[in-house]
Design a protein around this ligand. Sequence first.
Ligand code: PLP
Length: 393
Amino acid sequence: MKTEKSGFNSKLIHGGDFHDSLGSAVTPIYQTSTFSFKNADHGARCFSGEDDGYIYTRLGNPTIEDLEKTVAELENGFGGIATSSGMAAVNTVYLGFLGAGEHIISHNAVYGPSRVVMETLYPKFNVESSFVDATDINNVINAIRPNTKLIYLETPANPTIGISDIKAISKIAHEKGIPVCVDNTFCSPYLQKPLDLGADIVLHSMTKFINGHADIVAGMIVTKTEEQYKMLRSVMMNVGCNMDPHQAFLTRRGLKTLAIRIDRAQENAIKVADYLEQHPKVEWVKYPGLKSHPQYELAKMQMSGPGAMISFEVKGGLKAGKTVMDNVQMALLAVSLGGIETLIQHPASMTHSKIPQEKKLEAGITGGLVRLSIGIEDVDDIINDLKQALDKV
Ligand SMILES: *Cc1c(COP(=O)(O)O)cnc(C)c1O
């Protein structure tokens, strides 16, 4: 008899409910591009949708579907759409919701390419955008226009760790008939469930916490309704930004330990944030678990834990920021986040370097800003590593 899998960890392990006639304990990799039909009628029924048989991997594949079902369950959504990367998920949502003469409102400190693509590529199709500080809901309200077709949030945002109120913004958006999408990469469904808070769409770079082992690039979209699922799935299938079965297999494997990885990384991050906050060479620390965080109360309400992402400002600007980067020994100097290893990066010269200087400052991306993705190593080693690097400033 199957047991009920109502708890989060049970869903991580058993979600997707894949079974085959051989009794495989894990979902196998169906590394095939196409699936043969039993006969012409069966082929016709698969195409018409009367039969849910597989047709072609860009349209659907059992390994990928298992992952889609699992993440959709974790986010309490209708269905999941796996994509080749997080940016493929972002662009699928942009393409699905926005057309010529329409407008998107987004946070001014979202993931670099999520903003860059909107400001450089989409104007070719006459899509307008407003990037505002969405941590203040009034900025979002003031940016709404009659042609606004999507509010796109990322919370906590990258790299400033600013937090936007998903519930309050969704309420206002829905009064005007505008859907809300949340990039939930920094939290994963373990720490935040945007659909439960009122958002319509949630997306992930599964490259980060969901896979968690820094060995693949992958994305996922989860919708609340069947209608939006069908619309976005069709965009993904026709654009061709589908996931590969092997990528799905690795992601599904990484996902099983999501909660225990985040618990450990978060426990470490709380100690690292406390350490940095009292360090004389640190101007400020942004971490949702610190009382000094401007949206500390909101974070407590909409997230079930403060997570493993910390940003801090080293006294001495760009030069000091670079000194820390050049002197850490254990932390890897690398972009990306959410893996088991501690990573350190410098947004001003790396992830957000393509954003013009005045827009960077407006979004709070200063020269001395250093971003940490805390891993699951021994916390004393992480702190000692930062200590000796800060000593060199
Ligand atoms: C990494 C990241 C993305 C893009 O994902 P890729 O998998 O690199 O394409 C989008 N949003 C956030 C918040 C990210 O951290």
